[in-house]
Design a protein around this ligand. Structure first.
Ligand code: SAH
Length: 391
């Protein structure tokens, strides 16, 4: 067990419910600072304020799990997962067999992601503290959901910062099939939970894909950064005449092809294009009624935000040039370090440079199964704008 005493004044964010304690906020620590462990958090006067899990290697030294005097044990995780489950039972992710069951801080379980794909669960244990308690979490998930199998895809930047190696494999039950079929709003999609991006599918965009249902029939649509083709499928079902799907990844385009075919939609080589979307948008001069622009995160650190702004501006400028008058642009940023406000300013700058008049139809965000803690606004990573683009 570790005891951490905070510098004077640094207890305030914690008392207000933020779960991250940075190394710079720590005055002194007693106990084993080398191994991840349950951590008691005190203010500078020695008053107990919270309990969490430590990460010896990360700048974020402690992630708080509770502000009450309750043990962090197997039953604690069971209760938190039950809370998360209760939200999903009320919310209409019911129209899908795949949804996020635990969204880290948004479900007050920092470091833990659990996605449900049909009968299987796919988990990410992102921090040293939560990694050390994996067995409890797997037990709680098995007990509460009785999945066919629990699979792990723990990898990526947060784990690197924790100096944790990637960890992939079956944690309980059966191994998921190479291609796991899910349903979403009446579509059937195949998900590659073994090698696909994130845990296999972009569940966070589900509600935004549904926004494409309001296209006019006969449209020509560009799905830029299409990954496994989900936006493209929705565009076809809304009556699009042709959807051009662009991604730089061969495996992503193969997934897109299969998913379009699986739903009886056109999937010819001339519409599935392996290209760098930046060059594609700039080089080609064909125009579209609707463009979806969903790039990967361009800013992984705060310091990258300025460079990322240039990337978003470029993409949006060239997208504006390619949208027909009266057309629609759905544009996204999934960078945690680019705020909704900054993103809107970047898109505004692109509209001005492209000399287009643009109206915001709707602000878009992550699906309802990706809650954001009010105390942890950093969790609101996905922001989007549905824009009407005029002359
Ligand atoms: N819209 C998708 C998710 C997009 S994720 C969905 O709803 O499922 C971002 C995608 O961008 C990934 O598939 C990645 O392969 C692709 N990508 C990354 N860099 C790219 C580039 N420079 N040009 C084209 N695609 C790129």
């Amino acid at each position: 067990m570790l005891k951490v005493f905070l510098k004077k004044g640094r207890e305030l964010p914690v008392l207000r419910g933020h779960s991250w304690i940075f190394s710079g906020a720590v005055e002194k620590a007693h106990g084993d600072t080398e191994a991840p462990s349950t951590t008691e958090v005190f203010d500078h006067s020695g008053k107990w304020i919270a309990r969490g899990l430590s990460s010896p290697k990360s700048q974020i030294r402690v992630r708080v799990l509770t502000w009450r005097d309750e043990p962090i044990d197997r039953d604690f995780f069971r209760r938190r997962i039950l809370d998360a489950l209760e939200l999903r039972r009320r919310q209409p992710a019911r129209s899908a067999s795949a949804w996020r069951l635990v969204n880290g801080e948004g479900d007050f379980l920092p470091g833990l992601i659990v996605d449900r794909y049909g009968d299987f669960l796919v988990c990410q244990f992102l921090t040293a503290g939560i990694e050390a308690l994996k067995a409890w979490i797997v037990e709680a998930l098995s007990e509460l959901l009785s999945p066919k199998g629990i699979f792990e895809r723990s990898e990526g930047r947060v784990r690197e910062e924790e100096e944790l190696p990637p960890s992939l494999g079956v944690l309980a039950g059966e191994a998921p099939p190479e291609r796991l079929a899910i349903e979403e709003h009446g579509f059937r999609f195949e998900v590659d939970v073994w090698r696909g991006q994130k845990t296999g599918f972009f569940l966070d965009q589900r509600d935004n894909r549904a926004f494409l249902g309001s296209l006019a029939p006969g449209e020509r649509v560009l799905d830029c950064f299409c990954y496994s083709g989900a936006f493209s499928a929705y565009a076809y079902r809304a009556g699009a005449r042709e959807v051009i799907s662009v991604d730089s990844s061969g495996p992503a385009l193969e997934l897109a092809r299969r998913n379009l075919e699986l739903n009886g939609l056109p999937a010819g080589d001339e519409t599935l294009i392996k290209a760098d979307a930046f060059s594609y948008l700039k080089a080609d001069d064909a125009s579209f009624d609707t463009i979806v622009l969903d790039p990967p995160s361009l800013a992984h650190r705060r310091a990258d935000a300025a460079a990322a702004a240039g990337g978003y501006k470029f993409l949006n400028l060239h997208a504006f040039r390619r949208v027909k008058p009266g057309g629609l642009l759905l544009t996204f940023s999934c960078s945690q370090h680019v705020s909704a406000d900054l993103f809107q300013k970047i898109v505004f700058g692109a509209a001005v440079d492209a000399r287009r008049r643009v109206a915001v139809l709707k602000r878009l965000g992550q699906s309802v199964d990706h809650p954001v803690s009010l105390h942890h606004p950093e969790g609101e990573y996905l922001k989007g704008l549905a824009l009407r683009v005029l002359n």
